[in-house]
Design a protein around this ligand. Structure first.
Ligand SMILES: *Cc1c(COP(=O)(O)O)cnc(C)c1O
Length: 454
């Protein structure tokens, strides 16, 4: 039975990343409240939010500390123009981010969401080179299967066909290099001992095009939207060296992996590198408000710093740039991190999840592998375990398992054939067990039915 609110939703709301016709049979679930890792719908049914509501939530829904910081800020100052004006939450946040991120990232530019942070980094990199008398550096190098958001610039550097194929005629002319693919490694390397021979795909492109390339953009350690494709830190380390050798910027898109997802506060830390730009969003506000930042170096900043008449300023703004509510919330998120020692706390949870999920899933006939980095775990379903042949996307295996899991009170949101866990950090060991068990039930149920049907 479709509820009144569901009916009214379908009359006017156009949902993201959805074929709206699917909603005829599967109407949107109306969520009324959230608490910790749980969401509650209009009938009181409970769901475990195993995907942190599209990777944004860190410390649970309706978190006491964050909600109260937000509320207090709302009664003090909700917003102010950020050109020529500033405010304490923005200043404190910039200080803290500069201190927490890799050494050398000292300047913080505010934007509204992950995609707009990417636009900022691309524009800054291009303008930097133009102002350094290298106007030919106007292309970007990006990896296959990359995802950097869905505004046109961000889409141009993205490599997930599903999102950018239709818009190809509108997009920038990006240089594309084959990215790492550890599950189906063309060099048969093992992640533990990998010498990253696949970095040669990037070097080939750089040899050919470095004079016209402004920056390389990459998702450090996990290509998330591609299906949680994971690769070792050595790749990033070698990539940074290539960037120095060929005089191109490195843009680290940590929109998804930042704020502890990979086990360290930022993924770049594991490679010991400082990128020229670091884009952060999603976890930045703990899942409360849309905001992003781009951190960069003094070297980049100085290329824009001059007398007004030289017209070297970076002219980019959003109405809500540096929104005080979002800044105050982000500041509280960083304080919770510190006070509760989450990077440390997560180590134990992550080890538990790895062992449990590995034991539960990796031996199953249709599971190619279970992989995990920090607090992100992924189950790659395959049609044929020996050849790693994927299920055809038309079968919508992930989507059907998603529906079964929802029935059981678990919100997974598979990426094609890849089921993944990216839970809020407040999840307990017992809740991790429930999440894994429910996923296992949903997977078993789908495949026992699928086998009967075939
Ligand atoms: C989600 C995401 C983006 C885009 O962020 P939005 O806030 O959705 O615009 C960019 N890069 C990566 C790696 C992401 O996961």
């Amino acid at each position: 039975m479709i509820s009144n609110l569901q009916k009214r939703d379908l009359a006017h709301v156009w949902h993201p990343c959805s074929q709206m016709k699917d909603y005829e049979e599967f109407p949107p679930i109306v969520i009324k409240t959230g608490k910790g890792i749980y969401l509650y719908d209009e009938n009181g049914k409970q769901y475990i939010d195993a995907v942190s509501s599209w990777w944004v939530n860190l410390f649970g829904h309706a978190n006491e500390r964050i909600s109260s910081a937000l509320s207090q800020q709302a009664f003090q100052l909700e917003h102010v123009i950020f050109a020529n004006f500033t405010h304490e939450p923005g200043i404190l946040l910039a200080e803290k981010l500069a201190a927490l991120t890799p050494e050398g990232l000292t300047k913080v530019f505010f934007a509204d969401n992950g995609s707009s942070a990417i636009e900022v980094a691309l524009k800054m990199s291009f303008q930097y080179h133009a102002q350094k008398n290298k106007p030919n550096k106007k292309r970007f190098l990006a990896l296959t299967d990359a995802y950097h958001g869905e505004t046109l610039g961000a889409l141009s550097v993205g490599g997930v066909g599903l999102y950018n194929e239709v818009f190809q005629p509108l997009l920038l002319d990006t240089v594309r290099a084959q990215g790492p693919d550890c599950f189906r490694c063309p060099f048969s390397e093992r992640p533990e001992s990998c010498s990253t021979p696949c970095i040669s795909f990037i070097e080939e492109k750089l040899k050919q095009h470095h004079e016209e390339i402004s920056a390389i953009i990459i998702e450090p350690l996990i290509q998330a939207a591609a299906g949680m494709k994971m690769y070792p830190p050595a790749y990033l380390k070698n990539l940074k060296e290539l960037c120095l050798k060929y005089d191109v910027h490195l843009i680290a898109d940590e929109v998804a992996v930042g704020f502890g997802r990979t086990g360290t506060m930022f993924a770049c830390e594991q490679a010991g590198i400082t990128p020229d730009f670091m884009c952060l969003s999603k976890g930045l506000t703990g899942g409360y408000l849309p905001m992003s930042v781009v951190l960069t170096t003094d070297e980049v900043y100085q290329a824009f710093y001059d007398d007004y008449e030289t017209m070297k300023a970076f002219l980019h703004s959003h109405s809500y740039t540096g929104n005080p509510l979002a800044c105050r919330v982000a500041l509280e998120v960083l304080r919770v991190f510190e006070d509760e020692q989450y990077i440390k706390v997560n180590q134990e949870k992550s080890a538990y999840m790895r062992e449990l999920a590995f034991q539960t899933f990796s031996h199953l006939p249709y599971v190619g592998e279970y992989r995990q980095t920090g607090m992100v775990g992924a189950i790659e379903l395959v049609k044929d375990k020996a050849t790693k042949e994927p299920f055809p996307s038309k079968e919508r295996v992930g989507y059907k398992i998603y529906q079964i899991a929802l029935e059981k009170g678990l919100l997974l949101r598979p990426l094609g054939n890849i089921l993944y866990f990216m839970p809020p950090y407040v999840i307990t060991k017992e809740e991790i067990k429930t999440m894994v068990d429910l996923t296992n039930e949903a997977v078993q149920e789908y495949f026992s039915k699928a086998v009967v049907e075939n």
